[in-house]
Design a protein around this ligand. Structure first.
Ligand SMILES: Cc1cc2nc3c(=O)[nH]c(=O)nc-3n(C[C@H](O)[C@H](O)[C@H](O)COP(=O)(O)O)c2cc1C
Length: 350
């Protein structure tokens, strides 16, 4: 796919997820079939540029191009500075977050709160585009603030006038949080009116759903968030299905065991031992949820304090699983699949 001046492998994007789409996860998703992976958001508050967290978020060493970095904030000048700062550190696409309903972000009138102030939206977009004239700037929004004020179409107009090169739309209003179903009609209406590429986002969990969303919205690409947690191979499954109309068989247990071990090594190297073990717990839980014996395993694994024990526990779990099945097989109702806390680390419901 041609996208804002880059040739991508396909039109399947990893959604930005704070606390999830760090460099190891983005790299892994790209390796397993994603065409683009947007970084977790980076603050536009320059006072935090030196913090370990912000520096880690701006680390793109070895990442497959193009590198898309999301910035969040509500002050046009600070957002412009943040865009410049990140381009100097390797960002090839700047993505602006106006889709995040997290309280932490909305209380400072950033993220999806901005959708209520269209004049400010215009000022932020224009300032960022002017600050990095050589770099494409994209925007991510929800369909509006609440059901009474869906203004995605007006935001599209403002975005196009400001020189935004592509728009991702999560098919929910801010007030909807994560409730109900993503409404794809608004995304279809935005696409019908758009001159820039539109990326459809929300509740895409399978190859069939990706096909459906592309069909009903006419969108140029789809963006997938939660369903890719612990399942980065979803992108190759969707890619295959879109190309052939048939499903790949579930991956072999042996393969996913190796994928997870390599992911863990990346996390330990990226975060260091202590944080690495903590971040890894979250991913191990996602990889294993719904698999035979995972509830007991996850409970035990969450107590293990160091790398060696964590790695051993993962090995034991997957060796046992391989005795049971050659390929991954999820239990229909394990009752452990949809732990919200797993999905929204740090209470950040974006
Ligand atoms: C843990 C988590 C963190 C998120 N962080 C961000 C973020 O930093 N920026 C953003 O624009 N959206 C963020 N989102 C929203 C996702 O990008 C996406 O719009 C949303 O999850 C809907 O897509 P899905 O149904 O495929 O998950 C986050 C979502 C989750 C679950």
């Amino acid at each position: 796919m041609e996208f804002v001046g880059f040739t991508l492998r396909n039109n399947l994007f990893v959604a930005p997820m704070a606390g999830v789409t760090d460099r190891p996860f983005r790299q892994l998703c790209k390796k397993m079939g994603a065409g683009l992976a947007v970084s977790e958001m980076v603050t536009s508050n320059s006072l935090l540029y030196g913090s370990a967290k912000t520096q880690r978020r701006a680390n793109h060493d070895g990442e497959v191009a193009p590198i898309s970095v999301q910035i969040a904030g509500a002050d046009p000048r600070m957002m412009a500075d943040a865009a410049r700062h990140n381009v100097e550190r390797g960002a090839q696409i700047i993505d602006i977050n106006m889709g995040c309903p997290a309280k932490k972000i909305c209380n400072v009138m950033a993220g999806s709160a901005l959708l209520r102030d269209e004049v400010l939206v215009g000022r932020i977009l224009a300032a960022v585009v002017a600050a990095v004239p050589e770099t494409p700037v994209t925007l991510k929004i929800r369909t509006g603030w609440d059901k009474g004020s869906r203004n995605a179409l007006r935001i599209l107009g403002i975005a196009e006038q400001s020189g935004i090169r592509a728009l991702a739309v999560h098919g929910r209003t801010r007030a909807c949080g994560y409730t109900g179903h993503a409404e794809y009609e608004t995304i279809a209406a935005v696409k019908a009116a758009a001159r820039i590429p539109i990326i459809a986002n929300g509740d895409i969990t399978s190859p069939e759903k990706a096909r459906h969303v592309l069909d009903v919205t006419g969108a140029d690409a789809v963006m997938i968030g939660r369903a890719a947690q612990g399942r980065p191979w979803l992108f190759r499954e969707i890619e295959h299905y879109l190309r052939t109309g048939t499903r790949l068989p579930p991956p072999r247990v042996e393969e996913i065991h190796a994928v997870l071990l390599a992911h863990l090594e990346d996390l330990y190297a990226f975060y260091g031992v202590d944080t690495g073990v903590r971040v890894a717990r979250k991913h191990i839980s996602w990889y294993t949820r719904g698999l035979v014996g995972s509830a007991v395993f996850r409970h035990r694994m969450n107590q293990l304090p160091d790398i060696a024990q964590q790695r051993n526990a993962v090995n034991d779990f997957f060796y046992r699983l391989a005795e049971h099945d050659e390929r991954l097989s999820y239990q229909e109702s394990s009752g452990e699949n949809d732990n919200e806390a797993d999905n929204e680390p740090g209470g950040l419901a974006a």
